[in-house]
Design a protein around this ligand. Sequence first.
Ligand SMILES: *[C@@H]1O[C@H](CO)[C@@H](O)[C@H](O)[C@H]1NC(C)=O
Ligand SMILES: *[C@@H]1O[C@H](CO)[C@@H](O)[C@H](O)[C@H]1NC(C)=O
Ligand SMILES: *[C@@H]1O[C@H](CO)[C@@H](O)[C@H](O)[C@H]1NC(C)=O
Ligand SMILES: *[C@@H]1O[C@H](CO)[C@@H](O)[C@H](O)[C@H]1NC(C)=O
Ligand SMILES: *[C@@H]1O[C@H](CO)[C@@H](O)[C@H](O)[C@H]1NC(C)=O
Ligand SMILES: *[C@@H]1O[C@H](CO)[C@@H](O)[C@H](O)[C@H]1NC(C)=O
Ligand SMILES: *[C@@H]1O[C@H](CO)[C@@H](O)[C@H](O)[C@H]1NC(C)=O
Ligand SMILES: *[C@@H]1O[C@H](CO)[C@@H](O)[C@H](O)[C@H]1NC(C)=O
Ligand SMILES: *[C@@H]1O[C@H](CO)[C@@H](O)[C@H](O)[C@H]1NC(C)=O
Ligand SMILES: *[C@@H]1O[C@H](CO)[C@@H](O)[C@H](O)[C@H]1NC(C)=O
Ligand SMILES: *[C@@H]1O[C@H](CO)[C@@H](O)[C@H](O)[C@H]1NC(C)=O
Ligand SMILES: *[C@@H]1O[C@H](CO)[C@@H](O)[C@H](O)[C@H]1NC(C)=O
Length: 559
Amino acid sequence: MCSPEQPAMLLLLALLLLCNNGISDVEGSTIHESSIVDLHALLDFKLGITNDPQGALNSWSNNTHFCRWRGVNCTTTSPFRVTEINLTSLDLAGQITSSLGNMTFLRSLDLEWNKFVGPMPILARLQQLHTLYLNNNHLHGIIPDSLTNCTSLVNLDLSVNLLVGQIPILGHLQQLETLYLDDNDLHGTIPDSVTNCSSLANLDLSVNSLVGVIPPKLDFISHIFYLNLSENSIAGPIPPKLGFLSNLSYLDLSGNLLVGQIPPKLGLLSNLILLDLSRNMVAGQIPPSLGFLPNLEYMFLRSNQLEGSIPGELGQLQKLKELILGSNKLSGEFPHAILNISASLQILGLEFNMLDKALPPKIGDFLPNLKELTLDSNTFEGDIPASLGNATGLELIDLSNNSFTGQIPISFGKLSNLTRLNLQLNYLETRESRDWEFLNELRNCRSLNLLSLSYNQLQGHILQFIGNLSPSLDTLFLSGNSLSGQVPQSIGNLNVLTRLSLSGNELSGTVEGWIRNLRRLTILGLSDNNFQGGITQFANLIHLQKLYLSDNNFTGGIQ
Ligand SMILES: *[C@@H]1O[C@H](CO)[C@@H](O)[C@H](O)[C@H]1NC(C)=O
Ligand SMILES: *[C@@H]1O[C@H](CO)[C@@H](O)[C@H](O)[C@H]1NC(C)=O
Ligand SMILES: *[C@@H]1O[C@H](CO)[C@@H](O)[C@H](O)[C@H]1NC(C)=O
Ligand SMILES: *[C@@H]1O[C@H](CO)[C@@H](O)[C@H](O)[C@H]1NC(C)=O
Ligand SMILES: *[C@@H]1O[C@H](CO)[C@@H](O)[C@H](O)[C@H]1NC(C)=O
Ligand SMILES: *[C@@H]1O[C@H](CO)[C@@H](O)[C@H](O)[C@H]1NC(C)=O
Ligand SMILES: *[C@@H]1O[C@H](CO)[C@@H](O)[C@H](O)[C@H]1NC(C)=O
Ligand SMILES: *[C@@H]1O[C@H](CO)[C@@H](O)[C@H](O)[C@H]1NC(C)=O
Ligand SMILES: *[C@@H]1O[C@H](CO)[C@@H](O)[C@H](O)[C@H]1NC(C)=O
Ligand SMILES: *[C@@H]1O[C@H](CO)[C@@H](O)[C@H](O)[C@H]1NC(C)=O
Ligand SMILES: *[C@@H]1O[C@H](CO)[C@@H](O)[C@H](O)[C@H]1NC(C)=O
Ligand SMILES: *[C@@H]1O[C@H](CO)[C@@H](O)[C@H](O)[C@H]1NC(C)=O
């Protein structure tokens, strides 16, 4: 009946509103013609909504003035014009109509975290628009160039949508402070004009398909605080001028195709908290100047082609919490200077490098707050420092695939939060039965879910201690040692075990008794031992995917 396209009907509608209670307590009692434009636009917006499961727009009815509708705010004096629309997280679905582009007083439009589809609305006439949040919807299509007409924009968040095409020329948006276009499917290069947005403080273009290089004039964005270009295909070198962005606190360039060296000038970023250059093709040495970043908490340089030794200057990073340098070509010995970062360091990852020599014996005393230590796949040698047991917060220790010798420290039993202990592929020994005491001590690690001691030089009987290990143990790998004797029945206590490998030892006896309780097993390796007797209990193991029985003395069929 009331088609909003008919101005006469609209006036009538407005009069109806007047007579209803809605308008009466808003100051001024005529509905101005320009207000009708807004009313019309809101009604048209509502028409575009196809699903409103929470009834969020129930108040958007004729008997209430639109300035009172949920999520709508207006100017405080007549003519009442809409200044804000905020309908976040209401499960609204449908298209966002471009009629919103008629609401020329609109300063803030926040429709984030809904299920809007279709193209972005054309908002080019909204010269007052200050904040536009359309993030976390399902919007398709391009970002219209005309958005650059909204020259008052300060905050623009279009992240987590399905937007395609290129980033428009945004150089006229001189007020822009926050630009989030991440998690879309944007192509092309980062337009140089972005460096014209001299007020930018937060720029996130991550998780798109951007190519080309980092714009060379980035130093124009002198206020930038957060810069995230991760997960694109951006190539070329890291511009040294980034070092002049003195307010930069978060720099994330990970997951791109960057080459060349890390510019030493990055050491000038005195406010930097996070540096992530992981998963690029950056080469050369780690510049010692990175040790001069007094506020750095996170240094992630994993999966590059960095070489040379780890500079001792990093020991000056007194706030560093996480240092992850894995999967590079770093050489030399363990960086003793890192022990200087005593109070703060929680995660140290140096895996898959070419580091060698012994670990500092006091490593655990110097790094008491360590939670994760991954040093696997290097050529470290010597003893495993018993002092690691003093870093009582340790949750993950991976020293696998090195050349460690000697015994396994009993002090690991002090690590009550330990969840993963991987010592496989070393030369660790148990010469006498008391060298197995560590296994008894590990009963205190009640959260342990992975223990791998495979491929060492452990010998002797597997002690009954096995059954006292954490009841949450999921993975137990003991293959490739010289374990002998029978497997204790108590191994059946580990009844959430899903992966068990005892292959390649000298174990004997039957498996009948203990196998029955290990109902969760998906992988069971028993091959290359001296097990004997029947194999009749396997019917219980309904999750089993891989079973290795070869080279034993089993008799009868499998049941
Ligand atoms: C307002 O009233 C008209 C006439 O009754 C009706 O057609 C229209 O759907 C109503 N609009 C809203 C938003 O309730
Ligand atoms: C409307 O403005 C008032 C006062 O500034 C504010 O408290 C309220 O959150 C605003 N509502 C919307 C939907 O923006
Ligand atoms: C919209 O409202 C939510 C609370 O409902 C608030 O957290 C958010 O800041 C508002 N958006 C804007 C742009 O003011
Ligand atoms: C928006 O404004 C244009 C031009 O003034 C007009 O043609 C259109 O009908 C308006 N749309 C709505 C929904 O009011
Ligand atoms: C940009 O805004 C101006 C008003 O300042 C208007 O005249 C022009 O048509 C707008 N451009 C577009 C593409 O809408
Ligand atoms: C950069 O900003 C200036 C205004 O300061 C403007 O005149 C110029 O056109 C902008 N350049 C680009 C490429 O947008
Ligand atoms: C640095 O960034 C912070 C956080 O955005 C901001 O409050 C501060 O004003 C900025 N300082 C400069 C000099 O840009
Ligand atoms: C950068 O973006 C990626 C992907 O959106 C995100 O996972 C990462 O945490 C962001 N980096 C920072 C420093 O916030
Ligand atoms: C370690 O700290 C000591 C005292 O705080 C200092 O003298 C020494 O230079 C530091 N070493 C490194 C490599 O930073
Ligand atoms: C650290 O551990 C070692 C070996 O377990 C021990 O001898 C030493 O007393 C411990 N130091 C501290 C400070 O607890
Ligand atoms: C073990 O973890 C808990 C929970 O995260 C924590 O509260 C506790 O301090 C940790 N224990 C040690 C010794 O760090
Ligand atoms: C295999 O089992 C048979 C029968 O129990 C026994 O005679 C034989 O010695 C066993 N062989 C080995 C290598 O243990």
